[in-house]
Design a protein around this ligand. Structure first.
Ligand code: GTP
Ligand code: MG
Length: 686
């Protein structure tokens, strides 16, 4: 099989809010195009793109899936993206390798948070966009209401290209306003051919056809002139102008249907071919210098059997299995090996893959998501995919002792697959922390560790990384002395503590040697510093590390025989502990910048709740039915925010947060933490 010409390819990311029917719609298109023999269903776990066990169990997409089909002599690559806010890494990466985004909206819910968010990202990448209003068979579904919502909340350049025949359970078909024909509900079977538009709908069809033509001719002077002269414009000419407008981002056609009944897929596929630009028309902005062959890796699948599968877009080519490319990041050369076309969990070999096409290879050794591979070393800047930052962390530990290494290896592989999943060691507690965008994302990772890497791990609630610091200057002297026969121990030092202000939000530590006249030898002074540092690892208040302190070593004494580094280290440590108690020590907590997006009617409840979490409101930005609230909130108060937000907004809210700075914990809160620490210490002693 030879490579498909770039002009005959359509690359489309299917995106939108959680559960709007993206996977079902992809299933419909594959079925209608003859790639499958029956229409799979989410409920039965039989769709092509949700093929993993955990996707079946949770009945949702957890990763982006590559599929492809042929329609009107064109190859359409569809990337079915997860809608859940916790699984956006694949969605953002997919948007980087397509010309078009198919934004699916629920005919009941309209424009939801994640649809608006992904629309903004598509805007940033200047992607052509087609909207599909799905679920029109459901109760309270209303195409025209959602069309208006899309026009006011996404873009006023959204224009209907299809309209429904009937509504809710009386929906019987859709009208294609471009080709002026109807498709009737196939009830999950293959959609039949073009039908005449029902008489009863003539007036409404006329109205929306005019709106469509007005919008299209406005983008094309020549067509406008002909239209004004009263010419009946042929569908092909309108389609050509429409495609130009969609390519230039001037129009967003809005299609509609019922994915689970396979209604609307023919007209949608026609629209993707006729209305969305090919790679040769729009192309990519990813740099590859003067390379004759180049690919961009946008996704990595960690398969315990096949190893690593790298999904890529061909930037320059064609490439074949024999193509050897170099990764400028590592300078490693790798032969691509068998090229694969993915269809959900299945794949078929391909001889070659042409420019603009999407495919995969297995077993590239050191290649990671985001790499550009080229035929010779050219100084290319790999495209930056701005992945969202993880917002929550859980301590993880293996259930069985000795599985630490296996757990770490598995988690590393999983975070290669999903770059928003991160593993790091907490320097404060020594625990392994797994961070992600949502609790569910972290739980899915734990499930996958078990199923793919056979390690059972436990998740512990995250701990707040408190710190301690001092408020005033203090001074202490400690003499460490043991002289009971034989060689003794002797160290004596006097230190002064001063509060050290943070720099760029960073708390620091400084040790200043102020010894005059050599009362302590040069060789013992660093030992005092060491002792101080050791004492600072666990503060008296809550066992948290102490920072923001300058320590001056001002005086001391040594013994010609008994002094040693060890003795000075202990003296330094003890002197610090004594001085610390006199320096008005306080507890510090991390403050997070929180951004919550919620439906307007939930703003009051969410603000009230943030208030009770010691949050400080910074501002509110309403936009089309949703409001983004900005607030500064102590981390301790929002460790389990996602559940609270879900219940306050019926699952329609979304949030993100990032670290701002450390601040003193208010006295009444600090008291509780200190008492709790005391209790834990006593229990540990028993
Ligand atoms: N009535 C009706 N149900 C639908 C339609 N499309 C999808 N569904 C159902 O809606 C649920 C979600 O469908 P999915 O296809 O998984 O939606 P998705 O957008 O892929 O979901 P995520 O990938 O998890 O974001 C499933 O139970 C589908 O059967 C539709 O047009 N009508
Ligand atoms: Mg899905």
């Amino acid at each position: 099989m030879s490579a498909t010409e770039p002009g005959k390819i359509r690359n489309i990311a299917v995106v939108g809010h959680r559960g709007v029917g993206k996977t079902s719609l992809v299933e419909g298109m594959l079925f209608q195009a003859g790639k499958t023999n029956r229409l799979g269903a989410i409920e039965q776990g039989t769709t092509v793109s949700d093929w993993e066990d955990d996707e079946h169990r949770r009945q949702m997409s957890l990763s982006g899936t590559l599929t492809h089909l042929d329609w009107q002599g064109r190859k359409i690559n569809l990337v079915d993206c997860p809608g859940d806010a916790g699984f956006q890494a694949d969605t953002y990466a997919a948007l980087r390798v397509v010309e078009g985004a198919l934004v699916v909206l629920s005919g009941v819910m309209g424009v939801e948070v994640n649809s608006a968010r992904v629309w903004a990202r598509a805007e940033e990448y200047e992607l052509s966009r087609v909207v599909f209003v799905n679920m029109l068979d459901r109760e309270r579904a209303d195409f025209f209401r959602v069309l208006e919502a899309a026009r006011s909340q996404l873009s006023d350049r959204c224009v209907a290209i299809h309209i429904p025949i009937g509504a809710e359970h009386e929906l019987t078909g859709v009208v294609d306003l471009l080709h002026m024909c109807a498709y009737m509900d196939p009830s999950g079977g293959k959609e039949g051919g073009q039908q005449p538009i029902p008489e009863a709908l003539a007036a409404q069809v006329q109205e929306y056809r005019e709106k469509l033509l007005d919008a299209v001719v406005e983008t094309d002077e020549d067509l406008m002139a002909r239209y004004l002269e009263g010419e009946e414009l042929p569908a092909a000419d309108v389609a050509a102008a429409l495609k130009d407008a969609v390519t230039r981002d001037e129009l967003y056609p809005v299609a509609c249907g019922v994915a689970t009944k396979n209604l609307g897929t023919t007209a949608l596929l026609d629209l993707l071919v006729e209305g969305v630009p090919s790679p040769s028309r729009k192309g990519t902005t990813i740099e590859f210098g003067d390379a004759k062959q180049a690919v961009f890796v946008f996704k990595t699948i960690a398969d315990p059997f096949a190893g690593r599968i790298s999904c890529f877009r061909v930037l320059a080519g064609p490439v074949t299995g024999d193509t050897t490319l170099v990764d400028p990041r590592t300078h490693a050369k790798e032969r691509l090996g068998q090229i694969l076309l993915l269809q959900g969990k299945d794949n078929e070999p391909a001889d070659a893959l042409g420019v603009g096409d999407l495919g995969a290879v297995a077993k590239l050794k050191d290649v990671v998501t985001g790499d550009v591979l080229v035929d010779h070393e050219v100084p290319v800047e790999p495209p930056h995919i701005d992945f969202p930052e993880p917002v929550m962390s859980f301590a993880v530990s293996p259930k069985a002792k000795g599985d630490e290494e296996k757990m770490a290896t598995g988690l590393r592989r999983l975070s290669e697959e999903d770059p928003t999943l991160r593993l790091r060691r907490d320097p404060q507690t020594g625990e392994q922390l797994l961070s992600g965008l949502s609790q569910m994302q972290v739980e899915v990772a734990v499930d996958r560790l078990r199923s793919r890497f056979h390690v059972d791990v436990e998740l512990h609630p995250p701990r707040v990384p408190y710190k301690e610091t001092i408020r005033k200057e203090s001074r202490a002297r400690h003499r460490y002395k043991k002289q009971t026969g034989g060689r003794g121990q002797f160290g004596d030092c006097e230190i002064v503590l001063e509060p050290l202000p943070a720099e760029d939000g960073e708390l620091r530590y400084e040790f200043v040697d102020k010894i005059v006249g050599g009362v302590i030898s040069q060789s013992y002074r660093p030992a005092v510093d060491k002792g101080v540092r050791e004492a600072m690892e666990h503060g008296e208040l809550a066992g948290a590390p102490i920072q923001g302190v300058r320590v001056l070593l001002v005086d001391g004494m040594e013994h010609s025989v008994d002094s040693s580094e060890m003795a000075f280290k202990i003296a330094g440590s003890m002197a610090f502990k004594e001085a610390y108690q006199k320096a008005d020590p306080v507890l510090l907590e991390p403050i997070m910048q929180l951004e919550v997006t919620v439906p307007d009617d939930a703003v009051g409840a969410v603000n009230g709740d943030l208030n009770s979490r010691r949050g400080r409101l910074q501002g509110m930005e309403p936009a089309g039915g949703m409001t983004t609230i900005k607030a500064e909130v102590p981390m301790a108060e929002i460790l389990t925010y996602s559940q609270a937000l879900t219940s306050m907004t019926g699952g329609r809210g979304d949030y993100g947060m990032s670290f701002l700075r450390y601040e003193e914990v208010p006295a009444h809160v600090a008291q509780k933490i200190i008492e709790q620490t005391k209790k834990e210490r006593e229990e540990a002693k028993v």
